[in-house]
Ligand binder design. Structure first.
Ligand SMILES: O=C(O)CCC(=O)C(=O)O
Ligand SMILES: [Fe+2]
Length: 326
């Protein structure tokens, strides 16, 4: 150990590193790539390639957009998703669900179960079809556009809605924005903290209980007051296989279903990577799953996110390998 360091640290320094070791640490740290680099991607070019530019423009203009089925996926894939949601519904509720019969939560009661709807939470680990959905290029490109490539999946759920003759409100889900706001209630205007998407699994019409939106409401940068906007709310009519997207600030809810049968979707809610996710991903995504999926998949699940450390400090390298593949 060099004389200079030994004088500086005194004699009680037994596990202390030598001057040479400290220098080596300094060099190693300097040589490491920056940790939080923005993903290198051409977000707008990707929209162009996939024929999605007009939907991105609609999104910014109206606060929501409907990408038609042919730009999203195939009928076979959508059918697989729908069959899987029906299977999970049966497994969790104990009740056989059919498209032309009312839904029923059976034994699957959560804090948000209602008289004409319930949510099937945490679908990602239920079946590989949901992993495939998360890899969908159109979904990915639109989410990357809204969150500037800084998004993570917050939750993947299916909303199940049906007609209940005892419910008579125009909207069965009140208008709201999905975004957190400032303490003064201001929502971000120039960027999204969160954004949302629904893969349509049964036809969306007003009578079928479509998503309700207030066009242009994302520019108001605040939540609606109680009752505000209901008269301006329009149904988002969409065919099976469509992908509906909306900005974090957009006021939306759902029309009461008046037709028999059920309305189904897969809602993939995303948030900026600086926020907590609704459902647990990050360390809960098994390596096996990451191995069979893309670099974007790992990133969108926050698999490389070191936040939440203890005395051992951040593990920046941990699973970053999965986000660095090409
Ligand atoms: O699908 C719906 O009924 C609307 C759900 C909603 O508010 C949301 O997904 O944020
Ligand atoms: Fe919402």
């Amino acid at each position: 150990m060099s004389e200079a360091i030994s004088q500086e640290f005194g004699d009680e320094r037994e596990p202390a590193l030598t001057r040479e070791q400290l220098k080596a640490l300094y060099e190693a740290k300097k040589a490491r790539p920056p940790v939080f680099r923005a993903p290198q991607q051409d977000i707008v070019g990707r929209l162009e390639e996939l024929g999605l530019t007009e939907y991105a423009l609609q999104l910014d203009h109206q606060g929501y957009a409907v990408v038609p089925p042919e730009r999203v996926s195939t009928p076979d894939f959508v059918e697989r998703v729908r069959e899987t949601v029906l299977r999970v519904a049966k497994e969790r509720t104990g009740v056989t669900h059919e498209l032309d019969r009312a839904g029923n939560p059976g034994r699957y009661i959560t804090d948000v179960t209602g008289g004409d709807s319930y949510l099937l939470f945490y679908l990602l680990f239920e079946d590989e079809v949901f992993e495939e959905w998360l890899e969908n290029p159109a979904l990915g490109a639109m989410i990357d556009y809204m969150l500037r490539g800084q998004g993570q999946l917050s939750s993947m759920v299916a909303f199940v809605r049906w007609h209940n003759p005892d419910i008579t409100d125009k909207l069965t889900l009140n208008l709201h924005s999905d975004s957190p706001g400032s303490p003064e209630g201001v929502l971000p205007l120039g960027y999204d903290l969160v954004c949302n998407s629904a893969l349509v699994l049964t036809p969306y019409t007003k009578e079928n209980g479509a998503l309700a939106v207030v066009p242009g409401s994302h520019r108001l940068a605040r939540q609606p007051l109680p009752g505000e906007g209901i008269d301006q709310a329009v149904p988002v009519e969409a065919e099976v296989g469509s992908l509906i997207l909306w900005h974090g600030g957009t006021w939306h809810g759902a029309f009461r279903r008046t037709n028999p049968g059920i309305r189904l979707n897969v809602t993939s809610y995303h948030c900026h990577r600086a926020l907590k996710t609704q459902e647990k991903y990050q360390w809960h995504v098994p390596d096996e799953m990451l191995k069979r999926r893309s670099a974007r998949f790992a990133r969108i699940l926050g698999a490389d996110d070191p936040m939440g450390w203890g005395a051992e400090g951040p593990d920046f390298r941990g699973r970053a390998q999965y986000t660095e593949r090409t």
